[in-house]
Design a protein around this ligand. Structure first.
Ligand code: SF4
Length: 356
């Protein structure tokens, strides 16, 4: 049972973050933002993949000016990512749903005030995004690139905004490795109630990022920490959403859709389990009802696993069993087993939907 930290609820467009809102999944386009066509296409791909929010880099005024047209072409909430130049934040704030900037990077108090005034006028929240690799020098000099340095930087930036009576804030504390990332979020969590955006930065390729993000984000989510997340993967836009959603599902905080339990196979295997599981995955992808399905290669562990499954297959020698809620309902030859199993899965999904 996960007990989430109680956090303040803020809104990025129509997406709630914090409080009792579900943990949202976001990503970031990698097109040049002033290439409107390409940026809109990437947002569309992310929308289709199930993204809740999309962030865009705003490195110059061309990018900031492009946001007006980009916003017209999508319904997804957008976050403008700003560094150093407050004028970019002021232009972006006219069009997007959230500004990511660190007050400490903007410098002059008057400029920060102007950004916050613009955010207040449109009810935009701010993400303070602390990255271990770009800490303000006073924190890096004192603490090095450590979790403590990130936490001190976050507290310093939070104070800037609180002093301006601005509290629609979410915070990220990203390092490129698991340990510092987890340590920083855990250290900061008891110190305020702002929602947290989780992520491991520069996490690498699909393979490495999936592992790093699963450990770091998974650990934090199980601690009850985290209100929105991004899995950052080099060059894999839609996978960021797919992996992010899978982390939430496998951590047990999202319950919809099927959870497939399948054995790793071994010398006792009685069927082509790899093909069978792939078919089950494909045939059940449309199901939104939370269902536990078990697909096991022989009877050794199948009966035990079937006890906690809604529908299960236990392959045997030339035949196998269909098991529902722990009860064997049919014994069939191997070639008929999968079709019958899928039939029962659809029935069970419908039955549970009607109960929901
Ligand atoms: S269920 Fe059977 S085939 Fe699968 S790993 Fe266990 S013993 Fe091996």
């Amino acid at each position: 049972m996960i007990t989430r930290y109680e956090t303040k609820k803020i809104y990025v467009g129509n997406v709630a973050i914090g409080g009792d809102a579900p943990i949202s999944v976001q990503s970031m386009t990698f097109s040049k933002t002033d290439n409107i066509e390409e940026t809109v296409e990437q947002i569309r791909m992310l929308h289709f993949a199930g993204a809740d929010i999309v962030r865009l880099a705003v490195p110059d005024m061309e990018a900031a000016l492009a946001l007006k047209e980009i916003k017209k072409q999508t319904t997804l909430p957008l976050v403008a990512d700003i560094h150093f130049n407050y004028k970019l934040a002021l232009e972006a704030a006219k069009w997007v749903d959230c500004i990511r900037f660190n007050p400490g990077n903007i410098g002059e108090q008057n400029r920060i005030k102007e950004i916050i005034k613009a955010c207040k006028e449109r009810n935009l929240p701010v993400r303070i995004g602390v990255n271990c690799g770009s800490l303000e020098s006073k924190f890096e000099d004192k603490y090095g690139q450590t979790a403590k340095g990130m936490v001190e930087s976050a507290m310093y930036n939070i104070k800037f905004l609180e002093d301006l009576d601005f509290t629609d804030i979410k915070i990220s504390l990203k390092a490129s490795d698991v340990q510092r990332t987890v340590e920083a979020y855990r250290m900061l969590r008891p110190l305020n109630n702002y929602p947290f955006h989780l992520g491991v930065t520069e996490a690498g390729t699909l393979f490495h990022s999936t592992i790093k993000s699963s450990i770091a984000l998974g650990s934090l989510i199980l601690d009850g920490i985290g209100d929105t997340l991004r899995v950052s993967i080099t060059g894999e836009l839609e996978k960021e959403i797919e992996v992010g959603k899978a982390i939430l599902k496998d951590a047990g905080v999202v319950k919809n859709g099927v959870n497939i339990i399948s054995c790793p196979t071994c010398g006792r295997i009685e069927a082509d389990l790899v093909t069978a599981v792939a078919e089950v995955e494909k045939a059940t992808a449309h199901i939104k009802t939370p269902l536990n399905l078990s697909v096991m290669g022989c009877v050794v562990n199948a009966i035990g696993e079937a006890k906690s499954a809604d529908v299960a297959i236990a392959y045997g020698n030339g035949s196998g069993l269909i098991i529902k809620k722990g009860e064997v309902i049919e014994k069939l030859s191997t070639d008929k087993l999968l079709a019958r199993f899928l039939e029962e899965v659809e029935k069970e999904a419908l039955a549970q939907e009607n109960l929901l």
